[in-house]
Design a binder for this molecule. Structure first.
Ligand SMILES: NC(=O)c1ccc[n+]([C@@H]2O[C@H](COP(=O)([O-])OP(=O)(O)OC[C@H]3O[C@@H](n4cnc5c(N)ncnc54)[C@H](O)[C@@H]3O)[C@@H](O)[C@H]2O)c1
Ligand SMILES: [Zn+2]
Length: 361
């Protein structure tokens, strides 16, 4: 089992990564001196994994009630949070009762948000079961639900008390979800960790067949990279945490313009990274070889690097209205070199348009 500490003073916690950890959830939670009544929040597709967690909790003396949230991003909603709160009251949870989220980012964000507000904050245990949630969503304490007018509009910072990652859960993940998670891993390499990027290049075949050993080490590396950023900028105040949004500026615009239907989040981010790579080349931040390596890796793991069906001018318009835009310019996260991304506030929209035309199919 690998262990990563997230050092945040009184809010510090451990991320544990290893096969079989689902069955250790009970003893692991017992070490934290939590209340006996517990809530397990999950989704239908994750039920077999959640059952192992629930049984383990029972075996360690907890009294878990299981709450199953319907599938889909649209259920990361205040309505579902309210259903959870009703259930928490019904099950008699108190201030020390753990809320255990077993599932992808939807379950993690929703259960985390419900836990953050109930009785002003219950201890939350994240047990992420998608690759995206294992390398990104479960660490860092951002929890939220969506509003009909925008994603993650209602949320909080609420660090988990513990994160348990069992890479064996990835075996049941649908292929497209799996690849979507790979995009965030490539992102971490390109933005923060050149050595990780090289390991990914060398391990393309192993990644494609979900090699357990490689995945365990890659997930651990990504969690550690995110932990180091979160430790220095827990609440996204200094701008440092922004580098985690590499590829997300254009990616987010694509998601919004396609009403979140055409691309998965990871696919949109992969296209966004391709755009960011070319912008960095045009601004003289990196040589063409760096951007080419990134495109090659994305393609090798089966992610898109081109888009169609949307006018590049529409994307630029959407960027101008991004909530982070100032005077019609958005900050872009760009590579200074492989594994070294920084915010750039000086990207001319004409250059963005040219780059988008280049990667339009
Ligand atoms: N809090 C953060 O810092 C953060 C970071 C990134 C993303 N997010 C959020 O995460 C969400 C996306 O998460 P996601 O990509 O994990 O999607 P998701 O939670 O919708 O999961 C995708 C699908 O896979 C199913 N599933 C989960 N684990 C499975 C498994 N092991 N086997 C089979 N099926 C399984 C789920 O039930 C779901 O149907 C978005 O709402 C996004 O905003 C949050
Ligand atoms: Zn992302």
């Amino acid at each position: 089992v690998r262990e990563i500490m997230v050092d945040l003073g009184a809010r510090s916690y451990t991320v544990r990564i290893g096969p079989g950890l689902l069955d250790a959830a009970g003893p692991e939670c017992a070490k934290l001196r939590l209340g006996r009544r517990a809530a397990v929040v999950t989704q239908p597709a994750v039920q077999p994994h959640a059952t192992r967690v629930t049984n383990s909790l029972r075996g360690a003396g907890f009294e878990p009630a299981v709450f199953v949230v319907p599938e889909g991003e649209e259920n990361k909603s205040l309505r579902e949070a309210e259903r959870l709160w009703d259930g928490f009251v019904g099950h008699g949870l108190d201030r020390h009762s753990p809320v255990v989220a077993v599932g992808g980012g939807v379950v993690g964000d929703l259960a985390g948000f419900a836990g953050s507000a109930f009785m002003r904050g219950l201890p939350v245990i994240q047990v992420p079961t998608t690759l995206l949630a294992q390398v990104d969503a479960s660490v860092g304490g951002k929890v939220a639900v969506n509003h009909p007018r925008g994603k993650n509009l209602i949320g909080a910072f609420h660090q988990p008390r513990l994160v348990l990652i069992d890479p064996e859960t990835l075996r049941t993940l649908p292929e497209r979800e799996y690849r979507s998670g790979l995009a965030e891993i490539v992102k971490t390499g390109a933005a923060l960790d050149a050595e990780l990027f090289r390991a990914l290049e060398a391990g393309v075949d192993a990644l494609r067949r979900r090699d357990a050993t490689l995945l365990e080490s890659v997930v651990a590396t990504c969690c550690a990279a995110k932990a180091r950023i979160v430790e220095r900028d827990e609440r996204e105040e200094t701008g440092l945490r922004m580098v985690l949004n590499y590829g997300h500026t254009v990616g987010h615009a694509l998601e919004v313009l396609s009403s979140y239907r055409r691309w998965t989040h990871g696919e949109a981010v992969a296209i966004g990274m391709t755009a960011a790579g070319r912008l960095a080349v045009r601004l003289g931040w990196v040589g063409g070889d760096v951007a080419a390596r990134q495109d090659a890796l994305l393609q090798a793991v089966g992610l898109p690097t081109r888009f169609s069906g949307i006018d590049p001018r529409e994307i630029v318009d959407a960027l101008r209205h991004d909530k982070k835009a100032r005077d019609g310019r958005v900050p872009f996260i760009l590579m200074r070199g492989m594994g070294r991304a920084e915010a750039c506030h000086e990207v001319p929209m004409d250059t963005v348009l040219e780059v988008l035309r280049e990667i339009q199919e």
